[in-house]
Write a protein that binds this ligand. Structure first.
Ligand code: SF4
Length: 451
């Protein structure tokens, strides 16, 4: 029942709950107040956003205020240029003008208030934007950033959804449609998406093209920028130098050249996420470098646009299976759930885009996931940088490796099927020590000493 827009969410990194959700919230609020009648807007004097709970406690380090201000200023998460987000961080005292109908308001970063961290909040990530006339509240809305970039608000009712045309719970359920009934996977997924979301085919393609555009823009930006990434690790970016040094990689032979190329794309988007620039959850912010790296390398092969769209659909199907039968959250299942799923999606995307048979698509996805089983989540200092960024590069390379293996073996001879591996991931997640579930209390997070 998940839709593509719920799955591939566009917004600023590095945290889907602490930056992407807040920007989507303030952009939603901006759209609401833009529709207020002129006589109300005429009286407006100020805008404030109050952050509560975890958003207030850890929002400073994540850049929650910057993301919230960008949305409040009417910057759409999907199209906000990275330079704008950088300028908000670089010039925290700058005053911005926001025109709402007949009124122009002055807004600064200080209008995003880090409010109470403890209290009886409806959700740990609560925030309330307000439009004020002096002390009088003209319009306010209580919102919740409920995780994964999803947002809700007081009185929220989930949108009505249709029923999928071809329901499936497990990969084995797809077999009947794909093999017995000979329905191509992209056609099946498109029909489901249209039935569930109520969107037209054209609208679905437009959305996937937008996702692709945001991803490619992110990789291209990341390949050009050399910088020390925000936060205490003082991690220097690598994508741009890897890209510059590709000639050296070529001298090391075709394998080194190809791997360096793909890995640099993964680094580029992972680093963009760390910079707080716009990314797409695929399936999460921490793993957001993998699918863009796969996409960019498919583009290098001049893969037709429709094949790329088909690849996105296949990747989403793998994500849905992992979400439904295991988990996509590092906090629940460790990094196998994030980077493992992302790599598995990437392998399916490559196979689908390159016209592989359904069994090969499924085998490629299985292979990539299998070789991430048990991977823990231990981000150093709580920042989505070490090991996350390099893991995106590995995730993309492993996606290609999985596709290469799956497309060369006899598909029917593969001993492990996708459902089995997803079940293994669910079991491993359940039995994993809680220290390795995004707490930064184990593994690299405690082994690496920052000075
Ligand atoms: S280590 Fe944790 S935070 Fe980093 S990508 Fe993996 S799951 Fe996400």
């Amino acid at each position: 029942m998940t839709t593509l827009e719920e799955f591939y969410k566009i917004g600023p990194g590095p945290s889907s709950s602490h930056t992407m959700g807040p920007m989507r919230i303030t952009y939603d609020f901006f759209q609401r107040i833009s529709k207020l009648p002129d006589d109300q807007l005429k009286r407006a004097t100020a805008l404030k956003v109050h952050l509560f709970g975890s958003l207030s406690a850890t929002g400073k380090g994540h850049g929650t205020d910057r993301a919230a201000l960008a949305g409040l200023l009417g910057k759409a998460p999907a199209t906000c240029p990275p330079e704008f987000l950088d300028s908000l961080a670089a010039n925290p005292d700058e005053t911005h003008q926001l025109t709402l109908g007949p009124t122009t308001l002055k807004v600064t970063l200080q209008d995003v208030v880090f409010d109470a961290t403890k209290g009886d909040f409806p959700h740990p990530n609560t925030m309330t934007p307000k439009l004020l006339a002096g002390n009088e509240v003209l319009y306010e809305q209580e919102y919740y950033s409920v995780g994964g970039g999803f947002i809700e608000w007081k009185g929220y009712k989930p949108p009505d959804k249709g029923q999928p045309k071809y329901p499936f719970e497990h990969a084995s359920d797809l077999k009947k449609y794909l093999i017995d009934d000979q329905i191509p996977l992209p056609q099946l997924l498109l029909a489901n998406e249209m039935a569930i979301s109520g969107k037209s085919e054209q609208q679905i393609w437009e959305f996937l093209d937008q996702v692709a555009e945001v991803m490619v823009r992110g990789v291209d930006t990341g390949l050009k920028v050399d910088s020390v990434l925000p936060g205490p690790i003082k991690l220097h970016s690598k994508a741009a130098s890897m890209q510059r040094n590709l000639k050296t990689a070529a001298a090391k032979g075709p394998a080194a050249h190809a791997i360096t190329q793909v890995a640099s794309y993964g680094f580029a988007m992972g680093e963009e996420n760390a910079r707080g620039h716009i990314i797409v959850t695929a399936p999460t912010a921490g793993s957001a470098g993998i699918i863009p790296a796969v996409l960019k390398s498919l583009r290098d092969l001049n893969t037709p646009q429709q094949k790329i769209r088909d690849g996105f659909l296949a990747a989403a199907a793998i994500g849905y299976l992992c979400k439904h039968n295991a988990t996509l959250a590092g906090a629940e299942g460790g990094c196998q759930a994030e980077v493992g799923t992302g790599s598995s999606m990437g392998a399916a995307m490559i196979a689908q885009a390159l016209n592989a048979k359904p069994k090969v698509v499924s085998n490629a996805a299985e292979s990539a996931l299998e070789h991430h089983l048990g991977m823990t989540c231990d981000p150093v200092a709580g920042y989505v940088q070490v090991p996350c960024i390099e893991r995106c590069a590995y995730g993309a390379v492993k996606a290609w490796t999985a596709y290469c293996i799956a497309s060369e073996e006899v598909p029917e001879e593969r001993r492990v099927d996708l459902d089995t591996t997803i079940a293994a991931m669910a079991l491993t997640a359940k039995e994993m020590n809680p220290k390795y579930k995004e707490t930064s209390e184990g593994g690299l997070a405690v082994s690496l000493v920052l000075c």
